[in-house]
Design a protein around this ligand. Structure first.
Ligand code: AMP
Ligand code: MG
Length: 491
C-alpha cells in the first residue's frame, strides 16, 4: 500500500495515538477483495495473510499509525461538546489505485480517551449492517464509506443482551467531520487556520487557485452535501443520525447506525428508534443537511477575510444544487427527459406510491414492464404484484393508477423506446438492502454461518442486474399493514 499518513502529522491536540485493544479469538466473517485491490492492500502478503488479526486489533502492521480523532458535534439539534472516536481508530491513510487518498478506519477497536460512557466496542449485528449498507450504497453509485473486512470474536459485549464483539475496517475518502471544526472552535481555536489550510490542500486542492480559497472550499462542502442528500432521497436511503459529527466534509456517507432503505413509500418514515420527534425522518434529511451547514459555517468567520455575507452566499448554493440533482434524478428514475411535464408526472407517481403504500424500489423498476413487457419478464412480475396491490385497495386507487398511466404513456410514447429503457434500467436498482435481508444474514451469522452475508454481499455488488442468486425474499417488502420499522441505536 502507498501510505500517506498526513492526519497524524497535524497538531497532537487533534487526536490521541494508541493501538487497538485486541478482540478475543477473532474469526473472519467476510473480506472485500475488490476493495483490497483498489487500495493496494492485496499487493502486500503480510496484510493479506494477517487481515483477521489486523481487524481483530492484535497486529498493527508497519506503516500504520493508529489514532483516535477528537471532534465535537450537535446531536439531535443540541450542542453535545466533545465526542471523538470513542470506539474507532484511524489506522492509516493510503493512496488508492486511482490516485485518491483513502482512510482506513478500524471500528470496534476498544476504549479511547473519547469513549465517554461507552465500552469502545461494536457488536456483530451492527457491524454486518454497516458492512452491507456501505457496500450497497457504493455499488449503487452513491458516495459512501465501504468496509474492507469484518471479523467477529469471543469478546462479550453488553447491549440489551450479551452479544459478540466484532470489528470492521472501513475505507472512506475522508474522516473529517463537520464536528472537527466545531471541536476546534471550542477547544483549540488557534488551529482553525492551519486545519482549514490542511483540508483545502488535501481534499479540495482546486480551491487553492480560486480568488478566495476558503470560500471556494466552503461552497464545495455545501454542494457536496446537497448532492449526497439528493442521492439518498432518490435511492430511498435514510441515514437516521444526521448529527454534525456524522457528516463528512467531502459529502460521503459515514457512520452507519440505524440507517435503512425505504421499502413501502412513506416520506415521514423515522428509522431511528431513538428519534422521538422525527428530526431525522427521511423527508427531513434535505432540511437537516442545511441546518447542519448553517450551524457549521459561522465558525469560519474567525478567519480573516470571511464575512457573514460570504458564508451566506456559500450556503445559498445548497437548495438549488439539491433541487437540480433531485429533480433531474426523479425524471431519470421514470425514464423521461428533464422538464416540467416529466417532473409533474414524477411527483404524482410518488404521491401514488405513498397513498397506496407501494414498495419504492420495486415500483420504479416495474415501470420497465409498462414500456416493454416482453423484454422485461422479471419486471413484469413486479408490475403484476403492483397491479394486484392497487386492485385490493379499491376503485379510487385503481382510478388514480389508470389516470397516472395515461399521463405517463403520453410522455414516454413521444420518445425513442431505447432511451426510456436505458434511463429506467440505469437509475432503478433491482436490489437494495431491505431490513429483513440484513436481519436474516445477522441471525445466521450469530449462529456462526456467514454464507448469507457472503450471498448478500455478492447480490448487492450488482444491484441493477437481475440475478440468479436472488430469492423472492430479496424483493419482498414488509406486509402492507406492517407498522413502520425503526432500528435501535445501541450498537
Ligand atoms: P454515533 O452517533 O454512533 O456516530 O456515535 C456518537 C459518538 O458516540 C461518537 O463519538 C462515537 O465514537 C461514540 N460511541 C458510540 N458507540 C460507542 C461505544 N460503544 N463506545 C464508545 N463510544 C461510542
Ligand atoms: Mg458517529
Amino acid at each position: 500500500m502507498k501510505y500517506h499518513n498526513t492526519f497524524s502529522q497535524l497538531d497532537p491536540r487533534l487526536y490521541h495515538r494508541q493501538p487497538p485493544t485486541p478482540l478475543d479469538s477473532p474469526t473472519p466473517v467476510h473480506f472485500n477483495q475488490n476493495l483490497a485491490k483498489k487500495i493496494g492492500w492485496s499487493e502486500d502478503d503480510d496484510l493479506m495473510q494477517n487481515w483477521v488479526d489486523i481487524i481483530g486489533g492484535a497486529y498493527v502492521p508497519k506503516g500504520f499509525c493508529p489514532l483516535a480523532m477528537a471532534y465535537a458535534g450537535h446531536q439531535f439539534g443540541q450542542w453535545a461538546g466533545q465526542l471523538g472516536d470513542g470506539r474507532g481508530l484511524l489506522l492509516a491513510q493510503v493512496i488508492d489505485n486511482t490516485g485518491k487518498l483513502q482512510d482506513l478506519h478500524l471500528k470496534g477497536s476498544g476504549l479511547t480517551p473519547y469513549s465517554r460512557m461507552g465500552d469502545g466496542r461494536a457488536v456483530l449485528r451492527s457491524s454486518i449492517r454497516e458492512y452491507l449498507g456501505g457496500h450497497a450504497l457504493t455499488q449503487l453509485g452513491i458516495a459512501s464509506s465501504s468496509a474492507l473486512g469484518i471479523v467477529t470474536s469471543k469478546t462479550p459485549v453488553q447491549r440489551e443482551t450479551i452479544e459478540s464483539g466484532a470489528a470492521l475496517i472501513r475505507v472512506a475518502d475522508c474522516h473529517i467531520r463537520l464536528g472537527h471544526i466545531e471541536w476546534i472552535a471550542s477547544f483549540a481555536p488557534d488551529l482553525l487556520k492551519p486545519f482549514t489550510d490542511y483540508m483545502i490542500a488535501t481534499y479540495f486542492p482546486d480551491c487553492l487557485s480560486a480568488d478566495h480559497p476558503v470560500l471556494a472550499f466552503l461552497e464545495k462542502v455545501v454542494k457536496n452535501t446537497a448532492r449526497l442528500i439528493a442521492d439518498w432521497q432518490l435511492i430511498g436511503f435514510a441515514h437516521g443520525v444526521m448529527n454534525t459529527d456524522n457528516l463528512s466534509i467531502t459529502g460521503s456517507t459515514l457512520d452507519f447506525g440505524p440507517f435503512g432503505f425505504m421499502e413501502r413509500f412513506n416520506p415521514a418514515w423515522i428509522n431511528n428508534h431513538s428519534d422521538f420527534t422525527g428530526r431525522y425522518a427521511y423527508q427531513n434529511q434535505p432540511a437537516i443537511g442545511h441546518w447542519n451547514l448553517n450551524v457549521w459555517l459561522p465558525h469560519f468567520m474567525r478567519l480573516s477575510g470571511i464575512s457573514r455575507q460570504g458564508l451566506g452566499e456559500a450556503l445559498a448554493h445548497y437548495e438549488p444544487v439539491f433541487m437540480q440533482r433531485y429533480q433531474t434524478g426523479l425524471c431519470d428514475k421514470i425514464g423521461l427527459p428533464h422538464d416540467e411535464d416529466s417532473l409533474g408526472v414524477g411527483f404524482d407517481w410518488l404521491t401514488l406510491l405513498q397513498d397506496c403504500r407501494l414498495d419504492y424500489t420495486n415500483s420504479f423498476r416495474a415501470l420497465l414492464a409498462l414500456i416493454a413487457p416482453d423484454d422485461f419478464t422479471f419486471e413484469a412480475q413486479l408490475l403484476e404484484t403492483l397491479n394486484q396491490e392497487i386492485e385490493n385497495q379499491g376503485d379510487k386507487a385503481r382510478q388514480s393508477w389508470q389516470n397516472w398511466q395515461s399521463r405517463y404513456q403520453a410522455l414516454w410514447q413521444k420518445l425513442p423506446q431505447e432511451e426510456v429503457i436505458n434511463r429506467l434500467t440505469a437509475n432503478n436498482p433491482v436490489y437494495i438492502l431491505r431490513n429483513d435481508m440484513a436481519q436474516r444474514a445477522i441471525i445466521e451469522a450469530e449462529k456462526g454461518d456467514f454464507n448469507e452475508v457472503a450471498r448478500l454481499f455478492e447480490l448487492l455488488s450488482q444491484p441493477f442486474k437481475v440475478q440468479d442468486i436472488a430469492t423472492n425474499l430479496d424483493i419482498t417488502p414488509p406486509n402492507h399493514d406492517a407498522p413502520p420499522l425503526s432500528i435501535s441505536c445501541s450498537s
